[in-house]
Write a protein that binds this ligand. Structure first.
Ligand SMILES: [Zn+2]
Length: 271
């Protein structure tokens, strides 16, 4: 190829790129209550391995998220099971989605931040969805001796091979256009992930999973007492902070009542 042709080819490639972005899929994000908040929790007891918070009490919540990308739907975390003692959601995810006329079979992807019960309780309601989960998390769930705290049962359909799973060893660009990216943020559990959603109007949003549990924990680089790997947790927290700073992203700590309110109340979607 001579120089002129090379230049033309590059020009055509750029033009195709511009044309593709002009037709970018519309993206929106909503939060859903996925458990009944417990009484405010004295966080020092379980949520600091350095006894950082004195008598401080935090109001925790349980939240799930639905992302609409063009005509495709993705769930991020599935909250507590409807049978969970004391903390079960008042309305199931399936019933909540019915309010916007979305049936379980329309959910293309269900992304799971990590294997704990308050993030995985209703995953089995979406057997047609492709499960996106960190590779190390999937290894733990499917191992002969799953670690303590791994909520294995609701993943049975995927473990048996009836449903589709795509374990992610690295970050995952979910829709291939850079708008929704699963971020590798291990530490809380071996294959923990967070989610970056680049909304057009609100700007980028980071859903932290449990890489962090509350704002004071974010500000002080705190690590909970129940945690898989301290060094990884601190590194993941640093990564999220850098991304938030570089992209001017809104950080939503999924268990912090003050943070989930940054998104409108369902059925409203942030765009
Ligand atoms: Zn957790």
């Amino acid at each position: 190829m001579n120089r002129t042709w090379t230049m033309l080819a590059i020009g055509a490639g750029l033009w195709a790129g511009v044309a593709a972005s002009a037709q970018a899929a519309e993206l929106s994000l909503a939060r859903i209550d996925c458990g009944t908040p417990p009484a405010p929790t004295i966080v020092n007891e379980r949520f600091s391995d350095t006894f950082a918070y004195g008598d401080k009490k935090i109001q925790f919540v349980f939240s799930c998220y639905v992302i609409k990308h063009g005509d495709d739907y993705m769930l991020w975390d599935t909250g507590h099971a409807m049978t969970a003692p004391n903390v079960a959601p008042k309305v199931s995810l399936v019933e909540t989605l019915a309010k916007i006329d979305v049936k379980p079979d329309q959910i293309k992807y269900v992304g799971i931040s990590h294997f704990h019960a308050d993030h995985t309780g209703q995953v089995a309601s979406f057997p047609k969805a492709t499960l996106l989960i960190g590779a190390k998390e999937w290894e733990a769930i499917t191992s002969a001796h799953p670690p303590q705290g791994a909520n294995v049962k609701p993943f049975e359909g995927w473990i048996k091979g009836d449903n589709k799973v795509e374990p992610q060893p690295l970050d995952k660009d979910v829709f291939g256009d850079g708008t929704v990216i699963m971020l590798r943020t291990p530490g809380h559990t071996p294959g923990h992930s967070s989610l970056l959603v680049k909304l057009a109007q609100m700007g980028p949003v980071i859903l932290t999973g449990d890489a962090v549990h509350f704002r004071e924990n974010w500000e002080s680089d705190g690590v909970p007492a129940f945690n898989y790997d301290r060094a990884q947790s601190v590194a993941s927290l640093q990564r999220l902070k850098k991304i938030a700073e570089n992209l001017k992203a809104t950080v939503i700590i999924q268990h912090d009542a003050r943070d989930v309110e940054k998104l409108p109340v369902f059925p409203a979607f942030a765009k």
